[in-house]
Write a protein that binds this ligand. Sequence first.
Ligand code: NAD
Length: 371
Amino acid sequence: MRIAVLRERRPGERRVALLPEQIPQLLEAGVDVSVESDAGAEVGASDEAYRAAGAEVGEDVLEDVNAVLSVQPINLSTARRLSEGTVTISFLPTAEEGPLVRRLRERQITSFSMDLVPRTSRAQPMDAMSSQSMVAGYRGAIVAAERLPRFFPMFMTSAGTVRPAKVLVLGAGVAGLQAIATARRLGAVVQAYDVRRSSAEEIASLGAKFVEVDLPPLEGEGGYAREMTEERSTRQRELLAPHVADADVLITTASVPGRQAPLLVTAEMVAGMRPGSVVVDLAADQGGNVAGSIPGQELSVDGVLVWGGSNVASQLPRPASELYAHNVVNLFLLMVRAGDLHLDFDDDILAAACVTHAGRITHRPTLELLG
Ligand code: NAD
């Protein structure tokens, strides 16, 4: 059996799906590896390093492969070249990738989406949503520290005492908790809010203060947040406004599965912040938690810097690729038995993450959407 690792083609994507370090493990499992030239160029993994680890490296790696690994979804022309029964593994946000999903179905390709790996204990080693959110949360705090025209930590010097920066994090999932931890390590005073019941304890365990507001928790299926009603949104914004105004740094990470990110901070709330404050919206790609934030752009709004995240994990491509590669290999090895491809759809992880198989869309919400 042979797998191919592609060079990423989407603008701004700097990660790679596999590093030379994982190749011996694959060879041992009976899987040969072909890597497209320059696939690891952005993360310091040279073609020579892949070759030295046992891979073949070349320009055309699609011939006779059983599986294709990538970070972003493959493009339509790559899908056209794959033979029936080939497996693809990548992020595959199906709502945005209708034409590709239809092409994968038509070509009888078995596609798996890293976005759909369940959040169960057994699936943790394959949970790329978490690993990449962790990278994004760290990056968000570092961007804020770098852009803020003041220190994060308190300094007591002979020239006087400098107060620490006040950081507010809204949304304390994987990215938010990492942003909190990073800002704390840099010495900031951190407060955070999330709608989930369990978040208060998690926030406190990182040495940050949970912002108490007079609103009930908002939890839906599987411990995830639910979408807010308009009334709740307005009330939440009113209650959070004074905390936003008091922050030097605001980092937002809130999202709700399958929905546009909730608007947590209005333009008026941004205008209420002190000039020189920094806003980092890590949900900008999903519609934004902050009014006016634009993915991939840094704007000055009434003297407040508003940084809109865009594929933020890719801005730290080396660790993001290391973690993603582990996730992807762990998922792929669930499909390998004695060096052959063996797809066991009684395995709940494979069943949940599969989008198309044998000419059908197997992921029910995608099927309902695309028909
Ligand atoms: P996410 O990226 O979907 O959302 C980020 C955070 O935004 C969440 O914590 C959510 O509660 C919060 N949020 C949503 N609406 C909000 C609002 N209006 N105001 C404030 N906050 C709001 O979440 P995630 O990081 O993927 O994690 C979601 C959940 O999954 C968490 O409970 C997390 O602990 C859990 N999880 C479990 C596993 C596992 O068991 N394997 C792995 C990862 C995450």
